[in-house]
Every structure is written in C-alpha cells, then in structure tokens.
Design a protein around this ligand. Structure first.
Ligand SMILES: [Zn+2]
Length: 174
C-alpha cells in the first residue's frame, strides 16, 4: 500500500521502498502497473503510461532523491536530478473543484525532480526527517511549528512506539 504522509511528492516517492534500513527492504514498485498506480494516487494522470524502461526511470529518480535527502548524494546524483527536471513538467488543469496534473511520464518525473530541487535547495531542507519508529524508515517533511515531529504518522508509527514502550515498562516488572 502506498502512503502519502511525507508532505512533499518527492518524499512520498522515496517511501515506495519500505524498511530501507533492513537487510531486505520492501520494494513497492515491482511492475510498470505499480508505477502507473503510484502516479495516479499521487494526483498525476489520469493514467500515465509506464513500461519497463519507464519503471527503471522512476526507480532511478527515486533513489537519487533518496540519497540526496539523506545527505549521501553525490555530484552525479545532482546532475541526474537536474536532467530529469530539464524536461517540461506536468500541466495543471483546474476543474473548478480540483487541480489535475496532466502529461506523460517524462513530465511527471520532471515535476517530481523539480519538487525535490525546490525542497533540497530551499529553507525546508533542514526539516527533512526520517521516521523514528524502529520498523519504519520513511522520510517526511517536519512542518510542525516547533520542528520536533518524530514520526511519519502519529497513528501508524507514533502510537506503536508509545504502546511498545508501555509494554516494555510493564514487562520490566515495575
Ligand atoms: Zn513511520
């Protein structure tokens, strides 16, 4: 299941690999159809065609964004991101009730790369966090006023940490 908790599309893209810190991370983009589905759920579409080569391009951009957000990126990653962003982006289409972002895969990847550049080069770069839950490694943007948000999602991860701590304290016999 895809999650869109990161606060930025480029960060949500990085979460299509789960438990990155484990020996066997879980890949959610296994087929081109997964790529089309993620793009649709991200609000891009209505149905962007993705083939095997397209899936490789999505994964390439995702890993570039992931490395740069975790400050392990290199100059070649920045160059790769700039190349994705050099294409024209998706075109907004306002229906009156909502805005749809339309175009092909190259445009979708450009939009995602531009979002990443805007984030990484801007004042919010220092607010990119990794979820503190031990079974989660999702990146998110901490937009809280105090800047002390720890979990990608309070319900999904924050509550589990709190209940695990509660069980440990109970188990300790105190
Ligand atoms: Zn989390």
């Amino acid at each position: 299941m895809f999650t869109f908790l990161g606060g930025r599309p480029c960060l949500d893209l990085t979460t299509t690999v789960q438990v990155r810190h484990r020996e066997h991370p879980r890949e959610l983009l296994k087929t081109p159809a997964d790529g089309t589905r993620w793009l649709a759920e991200a609000g891009y579409g209505p149905a962007i065609a993705v083939d095997e080569d397209g899936l490789r391009r999505i994964v390439t951009l995702r890993e570039v964004v992931n490395r740069l957000c975790r400050q392990s990126g290199r100059d070649t990653d920045r160059a790769g991101m700039n190349a994705f962003a050099a294409r024209p982006p998706l075109v907004p289409h306002w229906t009156g009730a909502a805005v749809e972002y339309r175009g092909d895969l190259g445009q979708a990847l450009s939009t995602l790369a531009r979002d990443a550049i805007d984030l990484l080069a801007g004042p919010h770069a220092a607010r990119i966090r990794e979820c503190a839950h031990p079974d989660c490694s999702r990146l998110f943007l901490d937009a809280s006023h105090a800047g002390r948000r720890r979990w990608c999602d309070m319900t999904a991860c924050g509550t589990k940490v709190k209940s695990a701590g509660y069980r440990q304290r109970r188990g300790g016999g105190s």
